[in-house]
Design a protein around this ligand. Structure first.
Ligand SMILES: [Zn+2]
Length: 89
């Protein structure tokens, strides 16, 4: 079973630790780090969760994105689009 499925099955996405990580990422970034126009509503894992589980709650691995840009990252096979500046806290 893929790790992501396992994490989902275990309810990781609903843990308080994940909710806190997401909140901190969005509080830090506020504006979408890709388009820099829309408010950040999605906390994106820069390094994919299924490959870097130890970074799952690392704020440096989180990036606030708007819904549209977050959807784009999924379409592009999880790669960060060129030109995106990753800002560290
Ligand atoms: Zn955006």
């Amino acid at each position: 079973m893929p790790l992501k499925t396992t994490l989902k099955k275990q309810g990781w996405y609903h843990t308080s630790a994940h909710r806190r990580w997401r909140k901190l990422v969005l509080q830090r970034d506020k504006i979408c780090q890709h388009c820099k126009r829309k408010p950040a509503t999605e906390a994106h894992h820069i390094k994919p969760l299924e490959d870097y589980t130890d970074l799952a709650l690392d704020l440096d691995n989180g990036q606030g994105l708007c819904w549209d840009c977050h959807e784009e990252t999924k379409k592009r096979g999880r790669k960060i689009p060129a030109g995106v500046r990753v800002i560290k806290a």
